[in-house]
Design a protein around this ligand. Structure first.
Ligand SMILES: [Zn+2]
Length: 490
């Protein structure tokens, strides 16, 4: 076996080396300058110096991102497009229709302006580029044209007194080397407090603005502990520098609203506060548990396509379990959340499979994916724990996905990779067939029996007298840590 494999690996390695050699010979990076201004309105004035195309005569179309998640019409924010030839002479002015492609084969530079006035609705506050009076975020994917190379050299000119925060390499002050601009976020502002944290091999920049019920030190400790919890499950995160950005949500008043985005190595949380410190910390822990999970899954995976059911459903489930393990939520809250997901799944109007629903996520079925995805993760956990007598849980499956499909591994279709990974466990095959690839109603009552749980009056609860085996399973789900906590409080 080894003999057959060895020559193939050698050939592959050689071809990779040759490929890189040619790339370096013809490489010339795209250079970008962004001047951020508030006057007369919040905007980014962008200058993109294009590398000379590798071959002449071909078309080089560029266009601008028009929608992200539920936000649409983004390309309408782009105006005043000027095209220059390679000697720097202005040769064309262009107005842009949404989704229009501009052929830049003969040009050396493109300049334009992107309006960054905050939009209505809380989704936009964490997911697209916006600029407020004293802070802002540049999601480079919606600022730079689509169709350029991933790597860019960037200079940001921010208003006087503003800091520029990012996770990229700065070769000299102000010269930022961006590896993949579509996964890059630049935070900037005058009132951002940056705390440098370390966990395992990673450096985490915690960038906070606004006043909260909790202190910056509380938040820093929490980021560190949540991060360490996931490092135990997954192992080290592939990225050396990460940012967690915590800012106030402004489009919604009142308590408890939040919106978050984890892109590349950057977690953006836009949130309102809670009435009391304990609730505020509780909420922050919930946000961090969900978003920091995404630094590994899906952001640390080299998987493509819409497999949102997996990374959202399993994020919700694992973060729920992590909340119980960290004594942040009670086992009752864990059961309560799963019960609510079940009632959502019972009445969902669409009968799409999870894989189909993930493709349609932003059209209608976002809640379905979260609810059903989480229930499926729970069912997987139950089956794995039951079959392995508590030795294998859903965390082990996630770790295997991370080890097998990490960013250094070759790219694969996400649904294919995850479904085949789950199918390696015989006990998970019926779950895949019935609830992931199929769209059968979930039979929760039957699934929870062996764990000593019953579904009764729309609620999951622990049976009155769990057997020894049931108690072992309950403990693996976190039941014991809740019991210890409530005994400690008495
Ligand atoms: Zn998520």
């Amino acid at each position: 076996m080894t003999r057959i494999l060895a020559p193939i690996r050698t050939v592959f390695f050689t071809s990779v080396v040759i490929l890189q050699f040619f790339t370096i010979l013809s490489a010339q990076e795209t250079e970008v300058e962004i001047k951020v201004t508030l006057d007369p309105r919040p905007s980014a004035n962008v200058r993109v110096i294009l590398p000379r195309p590798a071959s002449t005569g071909g078309r080089s179309p560029l266009w601008f991102l028009d929608s992200y998640g539920s936000e649409t019409g983004l390309s309408k924010r782009v105006s005043d497009i000027l095209l220059f030839d390679r000697s720097g002479t202005l040769v064309r002015r262009q107005d842009l229709r949404p989704l229009e492609r501009i052929d830049v084969a003969d040009y050396g530079e493109i300049r334009y302006s992107v309006e960054l006035t905050p939009r209505q609705g809380q989704f936009s506050e964490a997911h697209i580029s916006v600029l407020r009076d004293d802070t802002g975020q540049l999601m480079l994917d919606d600022i730079l044209p689509q169709g350029i190379a991933k790597a860019v050299k960037l200079k940001v000119d921010a208003p006087a007194g503003w800091r520029v925060i990012h996770t990229e390499i700065e070769t000299q002050p102000g010269a930022i080397e961006i590896e993949d601009h579509q996964r890059s976020v630049i935070y900037l502002g005058s009132g951002i407090r940056v705390h440098d944290l370390r966990s395992g091999g990673a450096r985490i920049k915690l960038a906070i603005s606004g006043e909260w019920q909790f202190t910056d030190a509380d938040a820093a400790e929490m980021v560190r502990s949540v991060f360490a919890q996931y490092e135990k499950i997954f192992g080290k995160v592939a990225a050396p520098i990460l940012t967690v950005r915590l800012q106030k949500l402004v489009s919604v008043s009142g308590f408890g609203a939040w919106e978050a985005d984890t892109r590349g190595r950057n977690v953006t949380i836009s949130s309102t506060d809670m009435p009391f410190k304990s609730q505020s910390l509780q909420r922050l822990h919930e946000q961090l548990r969900h978003e920091i999970f995404h630094l590994w899954v899906p952001n640390g995976l080299n998987l493509t396509g819409s497999y949102d059911w997996f990374y959202e459903g399993f994020a919700l489930y694992l973060s729920l379990k992590a909340g119980v393990a960290a004594n942040r939520i009670r086992f009752d809250d864990y059961l309560d959340t799963l019960s609510r997901a079940y009632s959502i799944d019972l009445i969902r109007p669409s009968r799409l499979s999870l894989i189909e629903a993930s493709r349609e996520r932003w059209k209608a079925s976002n809640t379905d994916i979260y609810a059903r995805g989480m229930l499926v993760a729970f069912l997987c956990d139950l089956s794995l724990l039951e079959r392995s007598k508590g030795k294998i849980s859903v965390g082990d499956v996630l770790r295997r996905a991370y080890e097998r499909h990490g960013v250094s591994k070759s790219s694969m279709d996400g649904n294919e990779a995850i479904v085949s990974l789950l199918r390696e466990f015989a006990e998970l095959r019926p779950i895949v067939d019935r609830y992931i690839a199929g769209s059968e109603p979930i039979d929760l009552e039957a699934a929870v029996k062996t764990a000593g749980l019953v579904y009764d009056k729309s609620m999951l609860r622990v049976v009155a007298k769990p057997s020894g085996g049931q108690r072992d399973l309950l403990e693996k789900l976190g039941y014991n840590s809740w019991r210890k906590l409530s005994e400690g409080k008495r």
